[in-house]
Design a protein around this ligand. Structure first.
Ligand code: AMP
Length: 411
């Protein structure tokens, strides 16, 4: 299969070549003709599979074709759940648009930075808007743009945008869009409840689910290392030294942990920084740029970094703390092993998180062998709350309790 057979214009075929893409990925082969056809599309494919270009290329072609020589007005609205993704997707669109015969204006907007430059940027109209929902609504309230001329709505990471946290904002945006429009929803994961919400919005969508064959699956080796809670940072330092990863993304559960762990690494001479939702947008951008430019080696992040971020040449991801949901685990580990590269995803498993990891393994239908690292062998047993079913655990039998009591070191 080649890009030339998918119906893209010569200008966009040139853009694809300039990006160094030789052949379309499976989601691109299926989605590009579907989007060009004008109908609704629901695209499901794993992270790192080329989803962005799958909708960006045909979208640009349709937007260009609909220009009528009149004043610039909004043709396509792309919603993303995080600021980083809005920026990343906006830049991909701008890069492809550079090859077009006519310039298209692509605006990017997200919260956490001042509104004024974004307001000014919309003067004279815009063809494509790439935004997070909250900031988009702010801009509409300031009369900086109208949504009623949009012909296409794209939800990337659609399952996140349809979930509860964004429900109200999304409903407001939908109310401002014309009823007659093309809807393109893309995601790697779709829970059944979210699927029902999508079904209520989409009209006779073409459903494109790319079941990756083993050969196409991202080459991610999963490892699970058993360790005591208190030994996680020393083990992390040990692994950074012994594995010599040029770059590492470490996931933790809270903003506090992101700061705390990165501080501890920094104090022992490892160049590390934290990334979480409470940092200013400028800092978040700087930190990501520093990782990409090799100015820092380790990024310690909360789940703001779990979805969609494309960090080139990231050989390893490490779950210092496990994510709450199995879907988030898939997204986190998908930051490595992208675009055909191989990667390793490690998870620290403490006595208290063992039951939760088993649930994650069950959901992904794959068991990961437990390992221990010499010098860091765990001695902890699960706390009562976890063991008695905090997270899908089994109530311990009397025998188990006695056995555990016997195994406890005497103080
Ligand atoms: P995405 O899933 O859209 O985040 O894309 C993941 C990575 O794959 C990005 O770095 C893209 O530049 C790259 N990519 C997308 N499509 C292709 C293709 N057809 N050939 C080679 N690389 C691609």
């Amino acid at each position: 299969m080649s890009f030339a057979t998918l119906g893209l214009s010569p200008a966009l075929l040139r853009a694809v070549r300039e990006q160094g893409y030789h052949a379309p990925t499976p989601i691109q082969s299926a989605a590009i003709p579907a989007v060009l056809g004008g109908g609704d599309v629901l695209g499901l494919a794993q992270t790192g599979s080329g989803k962005t270009a799958a909708y960006a290329l045909p979208l640009l072609q349709r937007v260009l074709a609909s220009r009528d020589g009149g004043p610039r007005r909004l043709r396509a609205l792309l919603l993303l759940p995080t600021r980083e993704l809005a920026e990343q997707v906006g830049e991909v669109l701008r890069e492809f648009a550079r090859s077009l015969p006519e310039p298209l204006k692509i605006a990017i907007a997200y919260g956490g930075v001042s509104l004024n430059p974004q307001l000014m940027g919309l003067r004279g109209g815009v063809d494509i808007m790439v935004a997070t929902p909250g900031r988009l609504l702010d801009l509409v309230e300031h009369n900086a743009l109208r949504l009623d001329t949009a012909q296409t709505l794209v939800l990337d990471e659609a399952d996140r945008l349809l979930a509860l946290g964004f429900a109200e904002e999304l409903q407001r945006v939908l109310g401002l869009l014309p009823a007659q429009r093309q809807n393109l929803f893309f995601s790697a994961t779709f829970a059944p409840a979210v699927q029902a919400l999508a079904d209520a919005i989409l009209r006779e969508p073409q459903r494109i689910a790319i079941e990756a064959t083993p050969a196409e699956l991202p080459d991610i080796v999963q490892r699970a290392i058993q360790v005591d809670t208190a030994a996680r940072t020393p083990l992390l330092r040990h692994l950074i030294a012994s594995e010599a990863w040029p770059r590492l993304l470490v996931f933790v559960a809270t903003k506090y942990a992101a700061e705390h762990v990165s501080d501890k690494l920094w104090k022992t001479g490892i160049k590390a920084a934290a990334l979480h939702g409470e940092l200013s947008q400028g800092t978040r951008r700087q930190v990501l740029a520093a990782l990409k430019a090799n100015e820092i080696q380790v990024l310690v992040a909360t789940d703001v970094a779990a979805r969609g971020l494309d960090i080139p040449d990231l050989p390893a991801v490490l779950n210092y703390e496990l994510p709450r949901s199995p879907a988030d685990y898939t997204h986190r580990i998908g930051r490595t092993g992208r675009a055909g590269a191989s990667g390793v995803a490690l998870s620290f498993i403490t006595a208290d998180s063992e039951a939760h990891f088993r649930l994650i393994e069950k959901r992904q239908g794959q068991r990961v062998a437990r390992e221990q690292i010499a010098g860091f062998e765990p001695g902890e047993v699960a706390s009562e709350a976890q063991a008695v079913g905090g997270i899908k655990g089994k109530r311990k039998s009397k025998k188990d309790k006695l056995r555990e009591a016997a195994a406890q070191p005497t103080r």
